[in-house]
Ligand binder design. Structure first.
Ligand code: ZN
Length: 298
């Protein structure tokens, strides 16, 4: 063996040992080691001021929370292969689908956070589809994700837009040959627990969304000086910096920003009949935790 070959061999052994020392502790603490992880954070920041849904500062606060979530992933999930934040004009419908395509091509575990507005419509199909409203108010329709999500790589998804957790289970659409709604189109399971907080299903998938209106980040929670931006930031702080399960992180975020450890008793969790914060249409409203409250983000 020539010197060059021997040096190359030694270097590759050292590299291998380094890899082991990185990966073994993760195996010991029980973390699932995936080949490739990715986190996507969106803030389309479509500003709606007439009617006055987005108060002064809502857009800036949303961007700040998106940056906070990006930073906790960057600081505490350094092994992720992709941590991507798309805000304002970068948060367009085609970016949601191209990121899902990237997951299909390159990653086997993905998380998504998005905050903004939403609506639903038929788009010529026999049942309603849900859509997110992107920066230019173009629709990111639930079914546009279907070509890219069949592998079930999206394990933890938080979509802080209106109505993102309804209907669930999704309705069958004969035109699509599939089910409606973002919980299904991201996770590709239509059988998650519909109450993943009190009845976690151990599926390894969790979807956090809303029935009715999602509260604005500037809205006060009624506890101290907190608003819902604080709630979401605490949630990610506990999930990512402290590796808590979703349910534990919900309880901690609840304690610090809603004033009680009993998350199920909070304003956010309880169903509000005819909630109508914007004097638009009364909507029965609550946060919904679908799937696995035991989930820890990889
Ligand atoms: Zn359809």
């Amino acid at each position: 063996m020539g010197i060059t070959k021997r040096v190359t061999l030694i270097i590759s052994v050292i590299l291998f040992l380094n890899l082991l020392s990185i990966f073994v502790p993760q195996a010991i603490v029980g973390k699932t080691v995936n080949a490739s992880n990715a986190s996507y954070i969106y803030a389309p920041n479509l500003e709606i001021t007439n009617p006055p849904i987005d108060a002064d500062g809502e857009i800036e606060l949303t961007s700040a929370v998106a940056e906070y979530i990006r930073s906790v992933f960057a600081n505490y999930r350094g092994y992720y292969d992709e941590i991507r934040k798309d805000v304002d004009q970068d948060a367009i419908a085609g970016r949601y689908t191209s990121n899902a395509f990237a997951v299909q091509q390159m990653h086997d575990y993905a998380t998504v956070f998005s905050k903004g507005h939403a609506a639903d419509g038929y788009f010529g199909h026999p049942v309603k589809h849900h859509y997110l409203r992107d920066h230019y108010d173009n629709p990111m329709i639930d079914n546009s994700l279907l070509p890219y999500t069949g592998g079930g790589e999206h394990h933890f998804v938080v979509i802080w837009h209106c109505d993102t957790a309804t209907p669930y289970p999704g309705e069958y659409c004969s035109t699509c040959g599939s089910y409606t709604g973002l919980p299904y189109s991201y996770t590709r399971t239509n059988t998650m627990s519909t109450n993943g907080y009190t009845s976690p299903d151990s599926s390894g998938y969790a979807f956090v969304g809303f029935q009715g209106y999602s509260p604005q980040f500037l809205d006060p929670t009624g506890y101290g000086n907190n608003n819902y931006a604080n709630f979401v930031s605490y949630l990610y702080y506990c999930l990512i910096q402290y590796d808590m399960s979703l349910n534990s992180a919900l309880r901690e975020a609840s304690l610090y920003t809603l004033g009680t450890y009993d998350f199920a008793s909070t304003w956010l969790y309880q169903l509000k009949i005819g909630y109508n914060p914007f004097n638009l249409m009364p909507r029965d409203t609550r946060i919904r935790i679908l799937g696995d409250g035991y989930l820890e983000v990889a």
